[in-house]
Design a protein around this ligand. Sequence first.
Ligand SMILES: Nc1ncnc2c1ncn2[C@@H]1O[C@H](COP(=O)(O)OP(=O)(O)O)[C@@H](O)[C@H]1O
Ligand SMILES: [Mg+2]
Length: 392
Amino acid sequence: MCIKKLLSSDVFKPCNFPEHTYIPRESKFGIEYEQRLNLALNVSGTLISIIGASKMGKTVLCEKVIPFERQVNISGADFSNGEDFWSVIAQKIGLPFEGKTTESKQISNTEQHSKTESFILTKDMVIKHFASNNKVLILDDFHYASNEAQKSISSHLKDAIRRDFRAIIISLPHRSDAPIRNNADLAGRLSLIDIESWKINELEEIATKGFKQLNVKISTQVAQKIAIESLTSPQLMQYICLSICTALNVDNGETKEITSNILEKAYKLTTSNLDYADVVNLISKGPLSKGKSRTMYSTKLGEQMDLYKLVVESLSKNPPLMGLTIDDIKERVSDLIQNDMMKPDRQKIKNTVTQMQKIITDKDDIFKVLEWKDDMIYITDPLFLFYLRWGR
Ligand SMILES: Nc1ncnc2c1ncn2[C@@H]1O[C@H](COP(=O)(O)OP(=O)(O)O)[C@@H](O)[C@H]1O
Ligand SMILES: [Mg+2]
């Protein structure tokens, strides 16, 4: 039998299910996530809530554990305009959710009424279909559903899960878990799975496993360097590995080993498909300064910068960190400034960061790259930090 040679694009899959580079991970209880999800699916009468930051592997986990034919996939976005929960599902699984039926009624011995009644397929039929076909509802990106919809779906589900309806709700932390996790009616009927961000050694495994299948060697040191640069994101790891393959033309079979001299080129190549220029522009400009000119600082980069630019610049410095304290930022900013007498104090840095946070709050999701919490500034989107480091 002829076995098809694996190409780098078969092995590294940043945007869909990574069949050849799937890495099972242990959750905080020392039990693998796959096992926990399996266990949760086996407990009937519970609703499963999977929560984790963007691109940490929530969808991929469900795809790994639940056989394709059992999955019914729906997105929170399907409920952004008050759509009826059960009708959307019915449509998805191909049940007629509305229709006409003719019912004959014997009124008396002589009289018979033919009555056409429209019927609405009740949730009962959907629930029955799920139970008898062993289906699992995967309600992904629940945060896209409107607040109203989230509340109403929670109460629909509360009732359905008692009747063996299997459902998983996937959402981002903080913003969207409240209607499910804080719903008193669901207390004791929830299986909670929190997806943690990826550790360096877990990310390394993606590279090790993938390059092995492409018959290319990679040392632990090089795999570790890429893992650090992947900023807790398995997706970024997959992207970078794929870029390395492109840069070295791995698919032609000449490359035998990945060495660190190609990395920088691969990082830059990876950013060519990322577009955060508008985001960087917005936060480096800061709020409108109403005619008052800002203090400009001479930097070691040879450029004059105001504090907004300096803070953005500081985020991109080594070591790459997804969470920084004000003091971390202050230190990094000071390192960038030429004149020791000019260095801004902690309060100034704090004000700048607060303003930055304000600017992005009412913008589209792509702009929400920073979160200011517990005196720390968190970068919520690894791709954004990666772009800051390599894409400008
Ligand atoms: N367990 C895993 N092993 C290897 N790569 C993974 C794994 N989980 C996620 N990834 C990579 O990250 C990408 C994003 O995962 P995804 O499940 O879509 O994230 P989420 O649903 O949390 O936003 C996947 O397409 C894949 O490239
Ligand atoms: Mg997803």
